[in-house]
Write a protein that binds this ligand. Structure first.
Ligand code: PBG
Ligand code: ZN
Length: 280
């Protein structure tokens, strides 16, 4: 991905420090494990890369809010977000057995010091599974940012390449949502709120601004939008060719997402935007 690279813990710490000093209040961590297996076990190990990173961040960058992505796809050898029957090549996930692992992963992040956990897998019932696990272990005040309305989108391509998390067979359409179906997004959000989500997210952002607006208007809940890797890369590519003015077009785009109702935007431009805002 243009301008985005995998970082070691040391590099990540200096990047996080720079971001914090530029005025960014929160970061979202994704892990790339050294070893993948069918159950994604590096994802919920206390010695996993994200768990280590969170501990270091809490030690060295105090005040920065640390959010962790909770999903198996970066850690599984098959690249799916949940467990798979080894005989089944369709990409269908085993929903309920996956919940235990996601809850375990969330707990391991919080034990390392994460301030917010963000399940991005789209299994049914995972918000409740994570909520119960955190509550049972005394973490009653740790919020859940739910990727509540996450669509099976072609806009995730650059991320999957950067995070080496593309599915090895099949696709994610058995768990992520159908881009044609907006009403289903509202049902997914309603279920996540019922299960205990504290912030609900729509993803991607730009092609789904109607849903950012509807989710905010219908539920009046803290609403996040994720401007994903494909949205970022499209503008980057055009800007590199001199076809658009990056700063102007990024600000306009983010303002549109904000105007649609997002209280919170996850974007790969965060550091640039923080600097631009400072420059005035
Ligand atoms: C993992 C995850 C993905 C993204 C965030 N978390 C990829 C996917 O679902 O395949 C995409 C982020 C981006 O494209 O910027 N479930
Ligand atoms: Zn995933």
């Amino acid at each position: 991905m243009p301008g985005v690279a995998q970082l070691s813990i040391d590099e990540m710490l200096s990047e996080a420090r720079t971001a914090f000093e530029a005025g960014i209040k929160a970061i979202l961590l994704f892990g790339i494990p050294s070893r993948k297996d069918p159950r994604g076990s590096e994802g919920y190990s206390s010695r996993g890369i994200v768990q280590q990173a969170v501990r270091e961040l809490k030690k060295h960058v105090s005040g920065l809010l640390v959010i962790t992505d909770v999903c198996l796809c970066e850690y599984t050898s098959h690249g799916h977000c949940g467990l798979i029957d080894p005989q089944d090549r369709s990409g269908r996930v085993l929903n309920d057995p996956t919940l235990k692992l996601l809850a375990k992963m969330a707990l391991s992040h919080v034990e390392a010091g994460a301030d917010i956990v963000a399940p991005s897998d789209m299994m049914d019932g995972r918000i409740m599974a994570v909520r119960n696990m955190l509550d049972d272990n005394g973490y009653i005040d740790i919020p859940i940012l739910s990727y509540a309305a996450k669509f099976a989108s072609a806009y995730y391509g650059p991320f999957r390449e950067a995070a080496q998390s593309a599915p090895q067979f099949g696709d994610r359409r058995s768990y992520q949502m159908d881009p044609a179906n907006g009403d289903e997004a509202l049902r997914e959000v309603a279920m996540d709120i019922e299960e205990g989500a504290d912030i609900v997210m729509v993803k991607p952002a730009l092609a789904y601004l109607d849903l950012v607006y509807r989710v905010k208007t219908v539920f009046r809940y803290p609403t996040a939008a994720y401007a994903v890797s494909g949205e970022y890369s499209l503008i980057k590519a055009a800007a590199e060719r001199g076809w658009v003015n990056e700063r102007a077009i990024v600000m306009e785009t983010l303002q549109g997402i904000r105007r649609a109702g997002a209280d919170l935007i996850i974007t790969y431009w965060a550091l640039d935007v923080a600097r631009w805002l400072k420059e005035g």
